[in-house]
Design a protein around this ligand. Structure first.
Ligand SMILES: [Cu+2]
Length: 141
């Protein structure tokens, strides 16, 4: 019994150490027929005392993942890559259609509706965090 309690306590402290950011509503869009890229979304909530930035995302399910935003360039809405997504203490940042998003390239296998996609988030403080995103036709937010 005591061993179980100790094990649970160490898991809990590891989670606290691993990240100060809560990740919610992670979704990946089902790729359109014949397309080998997709978009991903989630909400980030910085519950820690310091600014933190998402610096990269990787996935076992995709060959490459980029951080993107939409920007007005020469009067046209275009996607551009961003280096990092900063989350101030207490702040929430939403990745959503028309704004910040993940761009996922080259699925390793066919990505189908209802499937879970693993995402590994790399933070500016050197920690990383794994989340499961569900494959949906329409994002949750
Ligand atoms: Cu994009």
């Amino acid at each position: 019994m005591r061993q179980i309690v100790l094990f649970a306590a160490s898991l809990f402290s590891f989670n606290l150490w691993a990240s100060q950011v809560e990740v919610n509503n992670a979704t990946v869009r089902e790729p359109l027929p014949g397309k080998s890229l997709s978009a991903g979304y989630f909400s980030l909530h910085n519950k820690g005392p310091a600014q933190i930035a998402l610096v990269s995302v990787s996935s076992n399910n995709f060959g490459a993942v980029e951080l993107h935003t939409h920007q007005m360039i020469d009067g046209m809405m275009q996607m551009t890559a961003v280096d990092r997504i900063v989350v101030e203490p207490g702040q929430q940042v939403h990745l959503q259609p028309g704004g910040l998003h993940l761009m996922l390239f080259r699925p390793v296998q066919k990505i189908s509706l209802g499937q879970q996609v693993q995402l590994r988030l790399q933070w500016s403080d050197g920690t990383s965090q794994e989340v499961q995103a569900s494959v949906t036709r329409i994002p949750k937010q």
